[in-house]
Ligand binder design. Structure first.
Ligand code: HEM
Length: 436
């Protein structure tokens, strides 16, 4: 690990270099650029979470009481919730964490540069613009424009990342950096999905509905299973300490295997979601096999992570994330079952699966990492968040499995999911608060 200002603060306490810069209350100089940039991104990610979660609770209320949300459409508010969660909370949060950690591997602070300046300048507009335009118009010219602006941010981030690491030969990259690099590549690859959607709608006039769906799922999976999940794996390896083999174990080869698996498998695995929508031919088995192999890769990562000593502040959050990852990895094998197609067409199991992945796995992982670099969260924030999120996801999954056969459970399960959303949202917002 290279010497850096962050490495030094790591010894002095769990607050991390971000907070050290805050305490000094000085304009960032060249040496503190990474602290400044990481801090801006982490703070804004936490603020977007405080928008995303209450919006989720509001949307959940619509399943309990039928009413009209003022001048809005529910469908548009769902788009606003999911895009802000992806772009603002998860995306900016992971960028902030990577910038915070990079100096440990490069041995120097992140350099000031135009791409970094523009990234910081555009980020609030890109995410805020997407929130407002999706909420107001749904999928339309303005929201697609702001979504594209977010893609510009991703390219700028990839340029910043590349400039930092290009001096170090790939074969020397330590395990966390390998996973972070693969995550950045997957982020860039996710743009292929949105490009396919634009070609399908704007050029081919929606003539091939499966092409549109392929674009949507390529984006969703490459972003969430690729960028967010693999990036978080890198963050975990960077922040945790080795316990086994007297601290001598080298996760490098294992990290390379996981990164290669993700780069090769996440894209093809996304096509599984088209099977219930009419995908036929050899792609069916290719996508199912890719998903199952990616499930194995996730279990393999968990086996590596078991050898790590987690930072105390991140411990509870990451254990919840690890359990969720184990369940998600097991669910990657579901498409081999004939019943899967029917479940995948039902909205609630899909939403339960999405929130297992994005709330219980990705958000717990991010909240744990925030706690590790900025200081432990209140234990009650974790308890509220964990209990609420688990009950909400379980109620949605139960709804998907039971509501058709036993219609009487329909309303009670929606009411449970709604009630559980309150502690989940309160705990998440509280846990992400930087003010300590
Ligand atoms: C308290 C926490 C949350 C609540 C109550 C909540 C609630 C909801 C609701 C009610 C829906 C629409 C369900 C439907 O259409 O059947 C939804 C969709 C979604 N949410 Fe959340 N959510 C929460 C947290 C999150 C987080 C943290 C993320 C991402 C990091 C996220 C990402 C998504 C996505 C991607 C969708 C699917 C949108 C679509 O299919 O168009 N949610 N959420």
């Amino acid at each position: 690990m290279g010497a850096s200002s962050c490495a030094v603060t790591r010894v002095t306490g769990p607050i991390g270099c971000t907070a050290v810069w805050l305490k000094r209350k000085v304009r960032p100089d060249r040496r503190s650029t990474e602290m400044h940039a990481a801090n801006i991104l982490l703070r804004s990610s936490a603020r977007w979470l405080a928008v995303v979660l209450p919006l989720g609770v509001l949307i959940r209320s619509a399943f309990v009481w039928l009413y009209t949300p003022g001048p809005f459409y529910w469908g548009d508010l769902i788009h606003a919730h999911s895009h802000t969660a992806y772009f603002g909370w998860a995306g900016l949060g992971l960028m902030g964490l990577i910038l915070h950690l990079l100096p440990r591997f490069t041995g120097r602070p992140v350099a000031e540069s135009r791409p970094l300046t523009w990234l910081l300048r555009l980020a609030p507009w890109a995410v805020g613009g997407a929130l407002v335009t999706f909420a107001w118009w749904g999928y339309a010219g303005p929201s697609i424009g702001f979504a594209a602006l977010n893609e510009v941010l991703w390219v700028l981030f990839a340029v910043v990342f590349w400039r930092e690491v290009r001096g170090r030969p790939l074969r020397d990259w330590p395990a966390p950096l390998v996973l972070m690099g693969a995550a950045v590549l997957l982020l860039l690859l996710s743009i292929s999905g949105t490009t396919l959607v634009i070609i399908s709608e704007a050029v081919l006039d929606g003539a091939f509905p499966l092409l549109y769906q392929a674009g949507v799922y390529l984006f969703l999976e490459l972003y969430a299973d690729g960028w967010v999940e693999i990036g978080l794996m890198g963050v975990v390896l960077a922040l945790a300490e080795r316990e086994a083999a007297g601290g001598q174990a080298d996760e490098g080869p294992a990290a390379r295997r996981v990164a290669t698996a993700a780069l090769l498998l996440v894209g093809p695995a996304a096509l599984r979601m088209l099977i219930p929508r009419g995908l036929e031919g050899p792609l069916v088995w290719l996508s199912i096999a890719a998903g199952a192999l990616f499930g194995l890769a996730q279990l393999y990562f968990l086996a590596i992570a078991r050898r790590l000593r987690l930072p105390a502040a991140a411990g509870p959050w990451w254990r919840l994330a690890a359990l969720s990852l184990a369940l998600k990895a097991a669910l990657e094998f579901m498409p081999v079952l004939p019943a899967w197609s029917a479940l995948a067409l039902d909205r609630n199991p899909v939403i339960a699966y999405l929130h297992l992945k994005l709330l219980l796995l990705a958000s717990s992982g991010l909240l744990g990492a925030l706690a590790a670099v900025r200081g432990a969260a209140e234990p009650w924030s974790f308890r509220l968040y964990a209990a609420g999120s688990v009950v909400m996801v379980a109620a949605l999954a139960a709804h998907g499995l039971l509501a058709r056969a036993i219609p009487a459970v329909n309303w009670p399960l929606y009411a449970v999911a709604f009630a559980a959303a309150f502690p989940a949202a309160a705990g998440g917002i509280w846990g992400a608060q930087p003010w300590r």
